[in-house]
Design a binder for this molecule. Structure first.
Ligand SMILES: Nc1ncnc2c1ncn2[C@@H]1O[C@H](COP(=O)(O)OP(=O)(O)OP(=O)(O)O)[C@@H](O)[C@H]1O
Length: 196
């Protein structure tokens, strides 16, 4: 689904280099690593939002530049920070998918103003906006941050189900949460390594 070959990114200094990875069409892939190690940068490159400095990324077999036009809606990134737009929660869910709304407990909030929600609910809307569009690859940046334990569990249960039909890559600072993922990668000291 997503393949990186000798991928590197720098802003002045290199964030990472020589990243080689192949992510499957389906499955739950967790990405951990210290603050500033480059997890967000990697996800944004995969989502075609940030340009690689060197190497190549293939999205469904198509090189990054061409994929940007052809596969944009197939790979969607959900921001680390809670990010909602003006209007109601329903307005924020550009793709209307009842399953995700119910699974994440958002139905009672559909008519609420998104900007006036608490941080945790804003974060749920941020993640739901991506999942509701049913991308072939959902790249979720710290999706469980800001959430209470019950909502973390609900979200992870939903995401695990979703990952039976699509690729989900997600980042977390809580390695125990990543235990149920099919694969675990760590970004550290400018390199990506598969842990299991
Ligand atoms: N647009 C940018 N311009 C300059 N430097 C950037 C930019 N985006 C990210 N960086 C730098 O790239 C490095 C990696 O940042 P990134 O956000 O990818 O790390 P991260 O692993 O997601 O961190 P965290 O766990 O804190 O979210 C950092 O040193 C950051 O300052």
């Amino acid at each position: 689904m997503i393949r990186a070959v000798d991928l590197g990114k720098r802003y002045g200094d290199y964030v990472f280099r020589h990243v080689n990875v192949e992510l499957p069409e389906r499955g739950l892939v967790a990405l951990v690593g210290p603050n500033g190690s480059g997890k967000t940068t990697l996800l944004k490159i995969f989502a075609m939002l940030t340009e690689p400095t060197e190497g190549e990324v293939y999205i469904m077999g198509t090189p990054w530049r061409e994929a940007r036009a052809r596969h944009r809606g197939d790979v969607l990134y959900s921001h680390q920070e809670p990010l909602v737009y003006s209007g109601t929660v329903e307005d924020n869910l550009v793709c209307n998918d009842g399953d995700v709304v119910d699974a994440l407990g958002l139905r009672p909030l559909l008519r609420h103003k998104a900007k006036s929600l608490s941080g945790g609910y804003k974060k749920l809307v941020t993640v739901a906006r991506v999942l509701a569009c049913r991308p072939k690859a959902a790249l979720l940046d710290e999706p469980t941050a800001y959430l209470d334990p019950e909502k973390r569990r609900r979200l992870l249960d939903y995401v695990a189900q979703y990952a039976k039909k699509a690729l989900v890559v997600w980042t977390t600072h809580y390695p125990p949460e990543a235990e149920n993922s099919d694969a675990l990668y760590e970004m550290r000291d400018g390199a990506l390594r598969r842990v299991r």
